[in-house]
Design a protein. Structure first.
Lengths: 255, 508
């Protein structure tokens, strides 16, 4: 068994798929795994793959052309999920996909397809949640938001905010992965990595309070109808772990 | 009754958000609009909720009243003129700034602007339009706006509001004229339905002008079904309704309608003479750049304050969907706010479970191809408290079950309790590529704990289930009981001894 490993970026994952496929070892004789590999198996060869833009682009193009755009969308979202085995799942999905073509994503009776379907749905749901529950605070002319998603949804959510606020300066920061989407006024946004020092500095922006944070809390309290109070429903719709950075729930205002 | 201008913005927000919270529509859905450089905001057709209040209801829009001054004296309303409360009003600028600043912080998806009737409907509508105009044109707000049309306001103002907003709504308040007369002496159905008709016709006219069909788009499932309340041309609907005796019925709203309104309008009936807003040509040309209420029209009814049955409410709902092409009909469980002999006493718990059942039925009408007559009838005018309407319907039609998942058509699969439009579509697509079994269904999102009584895969049911109404009802009530209990006792959490005979419908 040969194990192809790569680091956790979409580009590296696609390159890894390319190299594994091109190795001609036979699909049953290889596995794909994300780094870091904590425990190596005794009878496996480990091959590290470095990200290569050209190879990754080829794989993406081929998926879109030979299978479907929907399949590509699902692969991308699944790659952003937090399932440790997602790279191998993507590989199995693509092996089947290149054999059957465009109908792949509808074949929900096949375990490979269901697996990717579930992963992509999970990532997509979470991206939608962060579209809803992300809160920006104003720091001078810039709006800064912090999130701590389980799936790597920063880039996906940022695309939504770029459309929503094209003429504002804003920044969306994933505190755990230390990556940020930065959007200058009237320009395209870009992704960047943050050093721990930069992140510490940026973390303070969340403490920023102004008239509108108070007004929002006032509105949030006033809009609830006492006679219909239903905390369980509130928790189902807005689970507590999403509330970490929500203005209306901060300062021990949970519930 | 004086405007107290010395209130701070925070106090005003407290009063006017508090007064607006009994309006139920808080959706930001129905229109897809990309952002534009130099503007703020976009709109997503599925709608985006931004938070959930302590009552579990979503907060999507900044829901406020422009003012809580009101010349009307509707008995159920907090802002009725005979109530002694602090009255205040936002200025247009305050509304705009709140909206813009909240929007930029991603607190809200847009503005929901309603108002008490201040001096006169015309004066109120003018103030509303002023705020919206400022928001769109000076603050360059491109997000979602839902505006209430005040019945009795001049047509020009209602038209202007429609061009500035995404969704308009006129509150029907109560389903029958009798109840309305009793509780809202200053309102009549005629005055409410006229602007509703005009908004709906102007939407249709505008849609035709830009090359769409006159009727609003409905969900994918409804289009695929071909049956249901939105289907077909006006003639076909009419024929069907004649058969079911609908037109012959004494419909609660029918008496109020002018005769031509009784023709249910269909997608092909472009030549029907419409009674839409007329605007000066100049203004109209300018405004054509903005669609007229692209997210459609909605309305809301209060339930539990008057003695209407669920059947009447559901019939009215269906009628509104068909005749006025409404996007949504909302129900508001009545929360007693005022001491009045004509109303339930203060402290009466709001009929939350009933409201829940009506919404479930509303979904069945809009997404599942059901018609009001299938769910309820004169003999059974109210929903079963213990079972949701879909399970209830299935139990009364056991002759149609079990449904074979690998061969049944889309419409029938959609009628199985525990299967929704999405999973039904997945089933249809997946079974072309291989036989489906129960584990597959589970992965696709089918709720097997409800569905397994009604389906078979490859001729086999999941368990050895007798297709017997009593047995399945008992099982399903067990599944539903917990949810129902939570809805009913959401606040007080009072305990009640379960009774074998009442709760499980067993006879001694």
């Amino acid at each position: 068994m040969t194990v192809f490993t790569c680091e956790d970026t979409f580009e590296a994952m696609m390159t890894c798929v390319y190299d594994a496929w091109a190795s001609r070892l036979g699909h049953d004789n290889l596995r794909l795994q994300l780094e870091p590999v904590w425990q190596q198996s005794l009878f496996c060869d480990y091959v590290h793959v470095d990200a290569d833009f050209g190879k990754a682009a080829k794989v993406v193009r081929t998926i879109q052309r030979k299978i479907s755009y929907e399949a590509y969308r699902q692969v991308f979202l699944a790659a952003m999920s937090f399932e440790p085995d997602r790279l191998d799942a993507i590989y199995r999905f693509l092996v089947l996909g290149f054999a059957v073509g465009g109908k792949l994503t509808r074949m929900l009776s096949r375990p490979e397809v269901v697996w990717i379907f579930e992963l992509s749905r999970k990532a997509n749901t979470e991206a939608n949640y962060f579209r809803e529950f992300t809160r920006f605070s104003q720091v001078g002319p810039i709006y800064v938001a912090h999130i701590e998603p389980k799936c790597n949804v920063t880039a996906i959510s940022a695309a939504h905010f770029a459309d929503r606020m094209p003429s504002e300066y804003w920044m969306l920061i994933d505190d755990n992965r230390r990556i940020a989407a930065v959007h200058p006024k009237d320009q395209a946004y870009y992704m960047t990595r943050l050093t721990p020092e930069e992140l510490d500095q940026l973390r303070e922006t969340e403490e920023e309070e102004d008239l509108y944070t108070d007004l929002w809390r006032e509105f949030f309290e006033s809009i609830a109808i006492e006679a219909r109070k239903n905390q369980k429903c509130q928790r189902t719709n807005m689970p507590i772990w999403y509330r970490k950075h929500a203005t209306e729930f901060r300062k021990g205002r949970i519930g | 009754m004086e405007i107290r201008s010395e209130l701070t913005l925070q106090e005003k927000l407290h009063i006017l958000a508090d007064a607006a919270k009994y309006d139920v529509a808080c959706t930001s859905s129905g229109v897809d609009r990309r952002g534009r450089e130099g503007y703020l905001g976009n709109s997503v057709a599925a709608g985006i909720c931004h938070s959930f209040a302590a009552d579990g209801r979503c907060i999507s829009l900044l829901k406020i009243l422009l003012t809580n001054h009101c010349i009307y004296d509707c008995k159920y309303c907090l802002n009725r003129s005979s109530n002694d409360t602090v009255r205040t009003a936002f200025t247009s600028r305050e509304v705009c700034e709140l909206t813009i600043e909240f929007y930029k912080r991603n607190y809200i998806e847009g503005l929901f602007l309603s108002s008490g009737v201040w001096n006169s409907p015309a004066y109120t509508m003018e103030r509303i339009c002023e705020a919206l105009y400022l928001l769109r044109n000076e603050y360059h707000f491109n997000g979602y706006i839902h505006v209430k049309a005040i019945p009795g306001a001049p047509e020009e103002l209602l038209a202007a509001a429609g061009y500035l907003a995404d969704r308009m709504s006129v509150n029907l308040e109560l389903p029958t004229e009798k109840s309305l007369r009793k509780l809202a002496p200053n309102k009549t159905h005629k005055a409410i339905l006229r602007p509703m008709r005009m908004v709906s016709d102007t939407i249709a006219e505008h849609r035709l002008a830009i090359g769409k069909s006159a009727q609003m788009e409905r969900s994918g499932s409804t289009r695929r079904l071909g049956g249901g309340i939105f289907s077909g041309t006006g003639d076909r609907i009419r024929e069907k309704t004649d058969q079911s005796g609908f037109v012959g019925d004494v419909h609660p709203l029918k008496e109020q309608m002018p005769a031509e309104d009784l023709i249910v309008r269909g997608s092909q009936s472009a030549n029907v003479e419409r009674e839409s807003f007329s605007l000066p040509a100049e203004l109209r040309r300018q405004n054509l750049q903005r669609p007229f209420a692209p997210a459609g029209q909605s309305t809301q009814m209060i339930i539990g304050a008057t003695p209407e049955t669920d059947y009447q409410l559901l019939k009215t709902t269906q009628y509104l969907y068909q005749t006025y092409d409404l996007k949504r009909v909302f129900y508001s469980a009545y929360v007693p706010l005022n001491e009045d002999s004509a109303l339930p006493a203060i402290g009466t718990p709001p009929p939350l479970l009933r409201e829940h059942r009506l919404y479930q039925a509303d979904w069945l009408l809009r997404f599942y191809g059901f018609r009001a007559d299938e769910l309820l009838n004169e003999e059974r005018p109210d929903f079963n408290e213990l079972l949701d309407p879909k399970c209830d319907w299935a139990l009364r039609h056991l002759e149609l079950f079990p449904v074979e998942i690998n061969t049944a058509d889309y419409g029938m699969i959609l009628r199985v309790p525990g299967i929704g439009p999405k999973s039904a579509l997945r089933i249809i697509q997946a079974r072309r590529h291989g036989k489906l079994d129960f584990p597959h269904l589970k992965k696709m999102g089918v709720v097997l704990k409800r569905a397994h009584y009604f389906i078979s895969c490859n001729g086999r049911m999941m368990y050895a289930t007798p297709i017997e109404e009593r047995y399945i009802a008992r099982q399903l009530i067990g599944v539903n009981e917990k949810e129902n209990w939570q809805i009913r006792h959401s606040k007080k959490g009072g305990f009640r001894q379960l009774s074998l005979f009442e709760d499980f419908q067993m006879e001694a």
